[in-house]
Write a protein that binds this ligand. Sequence first.
Ligand code: SF4
Length: 336
Amino acid sequence: MNFNAIAEQAIAKQPLTREQGLSVLQAADADTMDVLAAAYRVRRHYRGNRVHVQLLSNVKSGLCGEDCHYCSQSRVSEAPIEKYALWQTEKAMGEAKRATAMDAKRYCMALSGGQPTDREIDRLADMIREIKSATPIEMCLSIGFLSLDQARKLKAAGLDRVNHNLNTSARHYEKICTTHTYADRVKNLMTAKEAGLGICSGGIIGQGEDDDDIFDMFDALRAIEPLSIPLNFLIPVKGTPFADIDTKLTPNRCLRALSLLRFMHPDVDLRVAGGREYNLRQLQPLSLYAANSIFVEGYLTTGGQETPAAIQMIKDLGFELELESAGEDSLGDAAE
Ligand code: SF4
């Protein structure tokens, strides 16, 4: 397969065929650098050499009634995690200010649980209002299932974006969760969109899916039109149903998946998310030839690369930290 031809096609925003997509995922390890070099052409065309970092806080942990098999906060998980109710505003404000001080572009808050209560929404709206009036940082909330009224309330408070991942293909969904459906997730994304919120939506690979599932998930995201796509790489956490799953993830495979995502979503904000350190190991820096964004200091219940090391990695690559928030979402057609 000619990966440069795929890059040209991606730059022209022509969708990949399934055959092309599978050829990327199934390329030999020895050809991964060819795949990545082609993905980098697309990334550089639409996103230059800029990288932005995001800080994520788990502002409510555990105590969830859903059974997402990958998640250590689910009702079926026995992983020894910290469990706590929604943070007070002062604590979130402190973290938002810390994110601002470390030049993070966006501060993301995540809450465990399926549907937030109206009381939680009111508290979150106050929290967002206060943080937005005290800092210039953009805010994203990963919050489960919202009613339209709840989504509108958060939007009115100044929330920029909602994260809700498709997580896997429609076909594979019942293998990763039984308490809600893939269709519920799509509906929730449409609700957030209707309220005028920006969408962040991606998935997790390594959950027993096959390559067609990965292609289908990436393809389904096209209809969602997310501004940002986080790609997570499963960490099989002890105590969760996926503790002993064979993820089939190797650093090379992770790089090919990121490259495919870049080919299929040439201009989006593509984030290397959870499991970066665990699954990409020494090849982590290479992920930024396809992606343009990373989390620092960890994820919901697992730690991650510290900010100084992440910034050094970005500098060592010769890339620059993206600080400006204005206009990011309209970079779509802005070639270098
Ligand atoms: S991913 Fe969210 S909804 Fe699913 S079990 Fe974890 S906290 Fe609950």
